[in-house]
Design a protein around this ligand. Structure first.
Ligand code: NAD
Length: 354
């Protein structure tokens, strides 16, 4: 029987497929944008120029200065460029860093955004913007920053390296996993989460084996990443996200890699308390041990499976447990010190969860 629930949806127009870049002009027209400012990172400047040419765009300009964690100084420079060039909308071409810059501009001037994601990070489906100033990252949530239109073009993801594909994909899977048992879980989000994990985890197995140009796998991966991103935009979080925030913040660990290492262990901890989610995860992963399955995909891709490999100190294990217990998030299984020490020790050493 279904328990009572509240369901929320974010408005979004999504175009999905191969070669969808050719639809950018029509989609800009539909948004009333004549002179977009195109955003990218310095690394993707050439790819962005190529995309502009391929799509037959006549932009107000290209700002190839997007950086990790959306520094406010970069946003101010981009905003000045937007005004100087009399732009009337944004095209974000890239991953979470570029999309974050577009959101930060929209936060200030309500510019309409068309986003063309090229990673699996999922920022395009959320109304969240994180910004960094004087070394501090602050996050806020407002529909003002939610992109109006998202164009997923599978062809643009073929260049994403194997390791980054797997870690950012695992990060996306972690959002879907926790959405199934977070405090605001509901049956619609659980459907999206199960389908997103099925498509993405299956595709990551192929990509982890080095077949980074397998069109079928890339298509399924991007489709799954979109659904998992929707879970991130609408769902809640639990122990896994708490641990990643604590570990990332306390020991300056890289975001997607930390999620990839912690997910199997956080899931193994919660498994006895979330039987329905575990049934969904077994179906989605095609394995009786979904936690072990996620661990195997990471190992196969050659990415780090132990926090030790990210240079976390061993004496940080107890400290991480202390911080986690000081101000815990909601979690379906009560948080207890001894099993939490075991969990982080297993993640530190990189042992496969049973
Ligand atoms: P990223 O955008 O920083 O990209 C990493 C590097 O990969 C960049 O140099 C980029 O140019 C390059 N790259 C991107 N796509 C490529 C491709 N197809 N081929 C080759 N290289 C490519 O990384 P990310 O993981 O997409 O995003 C991480 C950032 O996004 C973090 O700051 C995170 O906090 C943020 N984020 C925010 C939200 C949100 O809801 N606000 C959600 C997820 C992530």
């Amino acid at each position: 029987m279904i328990d009572p629930f509240t369901y929320l949806a974010n408005p979004a127009r999504v175009i999905f497929g191969r070669g969808t870049l050719s639809q950018v002009n029509d989609e800009l027209k539909a948004l009333g944008i004549d002179r977009p400012l195109v955003l990218s990172t310095p690394f993707q400047e050439d790819a962005a120029r190529e995309a502009i040419e391929q799509a037959g765009l006549a932009p107000a300009g290209l700002f190839p200065g997007a950086a990790m964690h959306t520094p406010v100084s970069v946003t101010e420079t981009a905003l000045a460029r937007y005004e100087e060039q009399d732009a009337d909308g944004i095209v974000s071409f890239g991953g979470g860093s570029t999309i974050g810059l577009g959101k930060a501009i929209a936060l200030r001037n309500d510019a309409p955004q068309l986003v063309i994601p090229t990673t699996y990070a999922g920022s395009e489906m959320t109304a969240i913007v994180g910004q960094t100033e004087s070394g501090r990252k602050e996050t806020q949530s407002t529909l003002k920053v939610l992109p109006e239109t998202v164009i997923y073009d599978v062809d643009l993801t073929l260049t994403l390296p194997r390791e980054m594909s797997v870690t950012s994909g695992m990060n996306a899977i972690a959002h879907a996993v926790e959405a199934m048992y977070a405090q605001n879980a509901n049956p619609i989000l659980s459907l999206l989460a199960e389908e997103g994990i099925r498509a993405l985890a299956g595709a990551l197995e192929t990509i982890a084996n080095g077949k980074t140009d397998d069109i079928g796998a890339r298509t399924d991966a991007l489709y799954g990443a979109w659904l998992c991103a929707t879970c991130l935009g609408l769902g809640g979080v639990a122990l896994h996200h708490k641990l990643c925030h604590v570990l990332g913040g306390s020991f300056d660990l890289p975001h997607a890699e930390t999620h990839t290492i912690v997910l199997p262990h956080a899931l193994a901890y919660n498994a006895p308390s979330v039987p329905e989610a575990m049934e969904r995860l077994k179906r989605a992963s095609g394995s009786e041990n979904p936690a072990g399955h996620f661990f195997d995909i990471a190992k196969q891709a050659g990415v780090a499976v132990a926090l030790e490999a990210l240079n976390m100190p061993r004496d940080g294990i107890e400290r991480a447990v202390d911080i986690t217990l000081e101000n815990p998030y909601f979690n379906p299984r009560p948080l207890e010190r001894a099993p939490l020490v075991d969990l982080i020790t297993a993640a530190f050493e990189g042992s496969r969860p049973q």
